[in-house]
Design a protein around this ligand. Structure first.
Ligand code: 13P
Length: 256
């Protein structure tokens, strides 16, 4: 089963507006128009930069989409500091990262929140990038697959199989994020395979065959060539290496 890879850059809380515009412009120059046929490229800047980055991409007709890093599930109301699905959609987003381990650990995001966000995004026609991943403690206890699959079961609860196939999952072991440590490609693939078989059990083989599962955590151009050929890994969710045009463009090119 050949799935179209996704290469997504999570800029986290980096880049002011002019730096964001500059990075997007450099990427428009480096990411060749025909690459868009073979890989879905997604830039996830800070929320205040979404519109500027969308404008740069539209002006250059570059083969890239934009995603938010978080969203609230309610349409509107008294939720100080939050941003709705309608707002990110209007700004130009096609994707949104939800359930990132930094949001779960530092801002108390729960599996139930992730599920509400996933449903709200799907209802609006946006693609959730649902993050999951274990701590080193959980890995050492031999509980990785059950922990990660349980996160995914909860995130996708009540979602139709026909919608699940459009979702993107990002497996990001917490101990690999920003540390330079990575699992072996085989170990990462094993977790992604376990996620895929959980999807097959819950939503059927078609959804399992279609859904794209990314690896994230210290992925760089130098190690991407080992992760990307793995049978259950369909691309990457990139932090640090997405902040420089050369390295992110090299990661996109590694998907071709
Ligand atoms: P790094 O690529 O910096 O390890 O970050 C991964 C990540 O958290 C992407 O969401």
């Amino acid at each position: 089963m050949k799935r179209k890879p996704v290469m997504a850059g999570n800029w986290k809380m980096n880049k002011n507006n002019s730096e964001a515009v500059n990075l997007a412009q450099q990427l428009c120059y480096k990411v060749e128009p025909e690459w868009g046929r073979e890989v879905d490229v997604v830039l996830c800047p800070p929320a205040v930069d979404i519109k500027s980055v969308c404008n740069v991409i539209a002006f250059d007709k570059a083969p890239m989409s934009v995603g938010a890093q978080n969203v609230h599930w309610e349409e509107s109301g008294a939720y100080t500091g939050e941003i709705s699905v309608g707002m990110i959609k209007e700004a130009g987003c096609k994707y949104c990262i939800i359930g990132h381990s930094e949001r779960r650990e530092m801002f108390g995001e729960t599996d139930e929140d992730v599920n509400r966000k996933a449903k709200a995004l799907i209802a609006a026609g946006l693609t959730p990038i649902i993050c999951c991943g274990e701590t080193l403690e959980t890995r050492d206890a031999g509980l990785t697959n059950s922990f990660v699959c349980n996160q995914i079961v909860k995130a996708l609860a009540g979602i139709a199989a026909s919608d699940v196939e459009r979702v993107v999952i990002a497996y990001e072991p917490i101990w690999a994020i920003g540390t330079g440590r990575v699992p072996t490609p085989e170990a990462a693939d094993e977790v992604c395979a376990a996620i895929r078989s959980t999807i097959a059990q819950l939503f059927g083989q078609r959804a399992a065959d279609q859904i794209r599962i990314l690896y994230g955590g210290s992925m760089k151009p130098e190690n991407a060539k080992f992760f990307l050929p793995m049978p259950n890994i369909d691309g990457g969710l990139i932090g640090g290496a997405s902040l420089k045009a050369d390295s992110f463009a090299a990661l996109v090119q590694a998907c071709l």
